[in-house]
Design a protein around this ligand. Structure first.
Ligand SMILES: [Zn+2]
Ligand SMILES: [Zn+2]
Length: 853
């Protein structure tokens, strides 16, 4: 089998070397040319690339090469998200330093990517663990600190006991660590935060201004930001007029249905509300129980809500009713005011709690006739609601807020689910946070000229306890930048999501030494025109990068509001019904695949097997099919090259000089005149249109490949049919015309297929006498004249009455038109049981079937 295959190893190695030597994909800023910034999410250097990488890089490379051919100046860089936990784990397991482990992995993975022949500008490679990289995010940290955008506070954090680290909310999935799947617990800890909540409104507003993003991702971001509009107001404690509990609600219109109120167990007012030591003890026990649960468990919809009724009561200011007060696990201190008015009639969680605790339920919205019970959250007219009765819900919301404001009881209020971004990690392998603690001055930022604060090498790692840096005396003990006295360095490092929040800016001027990036370069290249990466980053990385870019804009460093103009979220690669993973034993190693079939086949298969946003189901037959297709092309081109070379190419350009001598019997494609030639040429140009449309519209790469495959079928059919034609001249096809058409078809096919399978197409392009790279050739444009169908619609009549219409070629033979007319489905019922007397054909106009009456 393998002997039948074209020599892909040799071809791929040759072109990879040639592209590298000629610096074909090195790119310069060029304000005279339109730019296209094509970016795949950079990988974590885990050791080897996997099929998910092959898929995403094949997509990115396709777009980059396509845009080059469309005349864009394309920036297509690659680098490494190089800090992170696995390096530390490897250090603990195998005793190799994280820096060395990471560098070795980068070297190996770079060599793998080079074997795929991706069109990266390797001169721009960056690794986030490089001090010349993280220096700049330390500088920005200090600027954020100065502006109050970075701050330190003690807070309850998500703690992974296995990773021994703090996790952001985004890193907790269903109560478990996103990385190791351990159950997450709570811990009180001092740590650093970025004030992303300051940007909540802008981040949300821009969700409506990025049409190039998938709606699904935007919805996830909107939900994560979680804006809710409503009211805040005070509930006086019955009999204790000096005490008030502030509540937040998104449904002030339901206030008349408030039958109890709830405080978060951690609410600071709880202590002053307890009546005696017995109650204090019960509250203490309840709090201890709740503390064992994560926020996710507490707010899960499918579990019973636990509560403790307090002796104190509160007063509903809308109707002066005294109502019970609870502390309950389903109310969180971190949302709103940590206290709610409970309206079981119109809130599902309140309804569930009220039912469990036998509390009254008042309906304040009229139910539809078919309503079967439970909380009602739909539309309707207000009832049982005093001065709100008869209003719609939006009207009642407004009126309730006006009433609260007029009585000095409350205000309109917007709340967000989004929390500030906790960036402290008690880990070694990350960017050091550039502050020191001085006995005299307290917390002091490091001086700019002392940056970078470099991570020390050779740090003992055990994987236990706090930050390993705390044990490194030479790192911890320092002098205060302000007073010169003794000081202690911060030993937390930054969340690696900080590193990946600006790497796309660094690529614009990766060796720039006077700042984070060169303003001019960033102004030229940013924003990223097409960003490509997995849906698992729909919230975390993408939201942080958007926030960080806005911070840099507000620091006056860039003009862009958003980093990514368009986003493509590709699906996973699955095999045997599951995501490829070592533990499931269903991994396909890209190295094996490339060795057996070549990089072009691997790429073509991954682009053909599924539309990019869908999961790709691995299938060995599909790989064989992609390989056969490329072999078929290879054989055809080599077999017919001598004939094709007798015709001139229609593709001359892109810096290429025309062939030195015009071939004899000049037969440019425009001279095609035989019916078979015209039809075939139409197929060629229809394929150009289809492939271009499929790439431009919604990235339908798989249907684009189908169109190219159809062209190859048409090419074979034309070739064998026209052999007779040339021999006998039956089709009126001159041999020059045949050669010209074969050449136009093959070269068009190579150009269209180039971005999908770059090595074999580049090789065959050269075999056809081209000296410049295929990827310097302009993308083919469909010839409008070739697309015109020379057809005409004729009217079909039976005994002078119009019964149907028929499309035929202009000036088609009368006999042909007559045969087609009599076979027409719509005509048949009118002819049934009748004998045809005669058929009148008016060329290009009509056919009249006259029956014997
Ligand atoms: Zn973990
Ligand atoms: Zn000091």
């Amino acid at each position: 089998m393998s002997s039948d295959r074209y020599p892909f190893s040799e071809i791929e190695a040759r072109w990879q070397a040639r592209w590298e030597e000629s610096k074909q994909f090195r790119v310069q800023d060029d304000p005279k040319r339109p730019k296209f910034y094509c970016l795949e999410m950079f990988p974590y250097p885990s050791g080897r690339i996997h099929m998910g990488h092959v898929r995403v890089y094949a997509i990115g490379d396709l777009l980059a090469r396509y845009k080059w051919m469309r005349g864009f100046n394309v920036l297509h860089p690659m680098g490494w998200d190089a800090f992170g936990l696995p390096a530390e784990n490897a250090a603990i397991e195998h005793g190799v330093q994280p820096a060395i482990w990471t560098r070795e992995n980068i070297d190996y993975m770079r060599s793998q990517l080079k074997k795929m022949g991706i069109s990266y500008d390797w001169d721009r490679e960056v690794a986030t663990c490089d001090p010349s990289y993280y220096k700049w995010q330390q500088l920005i940290f200090i600027k954020m600190l100065e502006r109050g955008l970075a701050y330190r506070k003690r807070s309850a954090v998500n703690w992974c006991p296995s990773c021994q680290t703090v996790l952001a909310n985004e890193q907790v999935e269903a109560g478990r660590c996103w990385r190791c799947d351990s159950e997450v617990t709570k811990r009180e800890i001092e740590g650093w935060f970025f004030k992303i909540t300051d940007y909540a409104e802008e981040l949300l507003a821009w969700c409506d201004r990025l049409p190039g993003w998938p709606e699904r991702v935007m919805t996830m971001q909107r939900n994560w930001i979680g804006k809710s509009e409503g009211a805040e107001f005070d509930l006086p404690v019955a009999g204790r007029p000096q005490l008030e509990i502030r509540v937040f609600t998104t449904r002030p219109d339901t206030a008349f249905g408030m039958t109890y109120a709830v405080l978060a167990p951690e609410h600071p007012l709880v202590d002053s509300l307890v009546a005696d030591e017995t109650e204090r003890a019960r509250v203490g026990a309840f709090r201890a129980e709740v503390a064992k649960q994560s926020e996710i468990e507490r707010t899960a919809e499918d579990r019973p809500k636990r509560g403790l009724r307090l002796s104190a009561k509160v007063v509903n200011p809308f109707n002066q009713a005294e109502i019970p007060l609870f502390i309950a696990d389903y109310v969180l201190m971190t949302y709103g005011t940590g206290a709610i008015m409970a309206v079981p009639g119109e809130d599902e969680r309140d309804w569930e709690f009220a039912t469990q605790h036998r509390l009254p339920i008042i309906e304040t919205v009229k139910r539809p006739p078919d309503w079967s019970g439970g909380a009602y959250t739909g539309d309707g007219v207000k009832i049982n609601s005093g001065f709100l009765d008869g209003l719609t819900i939006p009207e009642a919301k407004r009126k309730a807020i006006d009433w609260l404001v007029a009585h000095g009881l409350g205000t309109a209020k917007v709340n967000y689910r989004l929390r500030d971004w906790g960036i402290s990690r008690q880990r070694y392998w990350g960017a050091p946070i550039p502050v020191v603690y001085c006995e005299k001055d307290g917390m002091v930022p490091e001086k700019e000229e002392h940056l970078p604060v470099v991570l020390p090498p050779d740090v003992p790692l055990s994987g236990k306890g706090g930050s390993p840096l705390a044990d490194v005396a030479s790192f911890v003990n320092t002098t205060c930048p302000r007073c010169g006295g003794k000081a202690r360095r911060e030993t937390d490092t930054m969340d690696t999501f900080v590193d990946s929040s600006w790497y796309f800016l660094r690529y614009c001027s990766p060796r720039y030494e006077r700042g984070m990036f060169e303003r001019q370069a960033a102004d030229y290249w940013m924003p990223v025109d097409q960003y490509i990466g997995g849906i698992e980053h729909a919230v975390l990385h993408l939201l942080y990068a958007r926030f960080y870019t806005k911070v840099l804009r507000d620091l006056g460093m860039t003009k862009v509001d958003e980093p990514f103009q368009a986003l493509l979220s590709q699906g996973m690669v699955i095999k045997d019904g599951a995501k490829m993973s070592k533990s499931k034993g269903n991994v396909v190693d890209p190295d094996d695949l490339i060795r057996t079939f070549g990089a072009d086949t691997a790429r073509l298969f991954s682009l053909f097997a599924a539309p990019p946003e869908k999961d790709l189901d691995w299938n060995d037959h599909g790989v064989e099919g992609a390989s056969r297709f490329l072999n078929r092309i290879w054989r055809f081109v080599l077999q017919h090259a001598p004939e094709m070379l007798t015709a001139s190419s229609v593709y001359v350009g892109g810096g290429e000089t025309p062939p030195p001598t015009a071939p004899p019997g000049r037969a440019g494609a425009h001279t095609v005149s035989s019916p078979a030639g015209v039809a075939f040429r139409r197929t060629i140009h229809e394929t150009i249109k289809r492939v271009t449309d499929d790439i431009e519209r919604d990235f339908h790469f798989n249907t684009a490949i189908s169109a190219i495959m159809e062209l190859v079928n048409a090419l074979h059919a034309f070739e064998s049919a026209s052999q007779d034609g040339v021999a006998s001249d039956h089709h009126g096809l001159a041999s020059g015309e045949r050669a010209a058409l074969l050449r136009e078809a093959v070269e068009t096919m190579l150009l269209l297929l180039g971005p999908f399978a770059p090595h074999v197409t580049e090789e065959l392009w050269q075999q056809l006498g081209h000296r410049a790279s295929l990827f310097k050739q302009a993308w083919p444009v469909a010839d409008a004249a070739a697309l015109v169908r020379k057809e005409v619609t004729v009217v079909l009549q039976v005994d002078g009455k119009v019964r149907s219409r028929l499309t035929v070629e202009v000036d088609a033979a009368e006999a042909t038109v007559q045969r087609l007319a009599l076979a027409d489905d719509k005509l048949r019922p009118w002819l049934e049981g009748r004998a045809v007397d005669r058929v009148v054909v008016v060329p290009n106009r009509l056919v009249n079937v006259v029956t014997r009456s």
